[in-house]
Design a protein around this ligand. Structure first.
Ligand code: F6R
Ligand code: ZN
Length: 206
């Protein structure tokens, strides 16, 4: 899906990025907090049907999907330059809801370039990030909400979870060479899940 009119396609020198080589409308970008839309940029949408295998309660997943296929989240990526040392960022919106007792969540991934870290900045709503260290399998559940930053180290799988009643809106800022590796998580999923218990998020084993 495209936000507004006209997608911009441009190419960057991958060796050295000059200020003059950045398009003016990549230097300052306005965004909408109610839709995570950025005019003219392609937005990736993930519906319930795209998250098959992500939720622990598969019967609840199939039952909900038989009724409707709602939009769970959308991400608009901004890629001003791709040379050495440059940054990309994504504006995400994750809607509220649950499958069984498990909150709506993103697929989750490692970065293809494993050493690449990422910073998440919470802009609206309340949620959590589930982090999982690739080598040790250690899990951490950390808060992501408005006025809150989360540091995702390299070599760490990360998944965003909306634990509140409103859309969770955030920016993820990462090295331009980070890339996405969805394969490892798609095949074995995260070790932990976050369920609602007495109205509060609760981390437990899958
Ligand atoms: C980029 C990043 C975010 C996610 C977004 C959607 O490295 O971490 O922009 O891409 O939160 O989650 P996934 O990509 O796991 O579907
Ligand atoms: Zn990431």
């Amino acid at each position: 899906m495209l936000c507004g009119r006209g997608a911009l396609i441009h190419f960057q020198n991958s060796k050295k990025t000059m200020l003059s080589s950045i398009l003016p409308n990549d230097l300052s970008v306005a965004f909408a907090l109610d839709s995570a839309c950025i005019a003219g940029r392609p937005m990736v949408e993930r519906r319930l049907s795209d998250l098959r295998g992500c939720f622990a309660d598969q019967a609840a997943y199939e039952a909900d999907l038989a009724v409707a296929n709602p939009l769970l989240y959308a991400v608009t990526a901004v890629e001003p330059a791709s040379g050495d040392g440059q940054l990309h960022y994504g504006l995400g919106i994750l809607y509220p809801g649950k499958i069984g007792e498990e909150y709506y969540l993103t697929k989750g991934h490692y970065h293809l370039h494993r050493a690449a870290a990422e910073i998440y900045v919470g802009l609206r709503g309340q949620g959590m990030m589930l982090l999982e260290d690739e080598a040790s399998g250690e899990s951490r559940l950390v808060e992501l909400r408005q006025n809150c930053c989360v540091y995702v180290p390299g070599h760490t799988a990360h998944r965003t979870i909306n634990t509140g009643p409103d859309p969770l809106v955030y920016l993820g800022i990462y090295p331009s060479n980070a890339g996405h590796d969805y394969g490892a998580i798609a095949s074995r999923n995260f070790r932990k899940i976050v369920l609602e218990h007495d109205g509060k998020p609760f981390l437990t084993n899958r």
